[in-house]
Design a binder for this molecule. Structure first.
Ligand SMILES: Cc1ncc(COP(=O)(O)O)c(C=O)c1O
Length: 363
């Protein structure tokens, strides 16, 4: 009997192989010119990524976390302020708030979409609230119109780290709030060969402040207006991302096809997030709910199928954040989702046969 080929959770080798030649050439160009920090190659990628998003500015930074953090700093948010986000996200969303000295405040998510619940948001806003940070988790879209209606004049910063190219009523994720953060961590829909990120904004002031902050607060050469960071996107990463960017739409379309195959087999048997009407998700992650997530993952592992969990511990239960959350804080929807979550293999190179094999072991 032949053992079936393993199905990894993610297959970056399959993604890179067809474009390897172009990537090697782009890397060689940077090395030949020793153009490692800032410069026209980084600017070219920023221009292309901004155009892809339909925004005037994209500022390349060293991570998605930094992309969020610098926006908060540009908005002057700090000690004594509150920033509202959700508990079912990667901890980086919350870390960015904590770095500024502000207090993260959580609101629970909607049990159908798994995104920020605007009704609960309304109750969480206080006079100390200085920004709202919804997360387009899994490549799905948060309900931006409803959040805007509740937020009034408060700035909304979109965490789009998992949503490159997703559409909300015809607009790209990342162009609805005052600014938005993207991560280029290798496994993201658009990923580099290391860490990287970008902030996208239409706000001229935020653009200028971030360009300075990421470069040690330099306004003009050797004059530091503020205490900044070593926070630039490496030029090597920028050219790799620029080489990948023209493929992103096609990869996202394939992810939607893969998601459609999963849905057609698993709907009614497993709970999964419902995309909001009028949105086009990009399925960075394909999560389902299982009464026994670890058992299910172990069963699939025996068949050579790898899964993930995003994220089994909600942020308000993370030891690192204990000091920011009242001991009796409870976010029942997030807690239930996190406890039962399993992320199935998801990438543009998956075939129908691979999806069927995963589903065969789930039914
Ligand atoms: C929702 C979310 N926010 C923020 C981040 C932080 O991005 P990075 O790892 O590039 O700092 C990530 C990345 O994993 C993420 O998934």
């Amino acid at each position: 009997m032949t053992t079936p080929k393993p199905i990894p959770y993610l297959d970056l080798k399959a993604q890179v192989a067809p474009i390897r030649h172009d990537i090697d050439a782009a890397i060689a160009d940077v090395v030949d010119n020793t153009a490692f920090i800032l410069g026209d190659r980084l600017e070219r990628f920023e221009k292309h990524f901004a155009a892809f998003c339909g925004a005037p500015h994209a500022i390349g930074v060293d991570s998605g976390t930094q992309a969020l953090h610098l926006v908060l700093r540009a908005l002057g948010i700090g000690a004594g302020d509150e920033v509202i986000t959700v508990p079912n996200t990667f901890i980086a969303t919350v870390e960015a708030i904590v770095y500024t000295g502000a207090t993260p405040v959580f609101v629970d998510v909607d049990p159908v979409t798994w995104m920020m619940d605007p009704e609960k948001l309304e109750r969480a806003i206080t006079r100390r609230t200085k920004a709202i940070m919804p997360v387009h988790l899994f490549g799905h879209l948060a309900p931006m119109d409803e959040i805007r209606a509740v937020a009034g004049d408060l700035p909304i910063i979109e965490d789009s780290c998992q949503a490159h190219g997703a559409l909300y009523k015809g607009k790209r994720a990342g162009t609805i709030g005052i600014a938005s953060a993207f991560s280029f961590y290798p496994g993201k829909n658009l990923g580099g060969f290391g860490d990287g990120g970008a902030t996208v904004t239409a706000d001229e002031r935020i653009d200028a402040v971030l360009r300075s902050l990421r470069h040690h607060g330099q306004g003009t050469k050797n004059l530091h207006d503020s205490v900044g960071y070593t926070g630039r996107l490496d030029t090597l990463q920028a050219v790799i991302l620029d080489t990948k960017l023209p493929h992103l739409e096609g990869w996202n379309a394939r992810r939607r096809e893969v998601a459609g195959w999963y849905r057609s087999r698993l709907e009614g048997r497993y709970r999964m997030p419902e995309p909001l009407p009028g949105t086009t998700p990009v399925h960075h992650i394909f999560p389902i709910q299982s009464p026994d997530p670890e058992g299910l993952i172990a069963r699939l592992r025996e068949q050579g199928i790898s899964c993930g969990r995003h994220y089994p511990v909600p942020c308000h239960r993370q030891p690192a954040l204990a000091g920011f959350v009242p001991v009796d804080a409870s976010f029942p929807v997030s807690e239930d989702l996190c406890e039962h979550i399993v992320s199935l293999p998801m990438y543009a190179e998956m075939t129908k046969e691979m999806v069927d094999r995963v589903c065969d072991h789930l039914l």
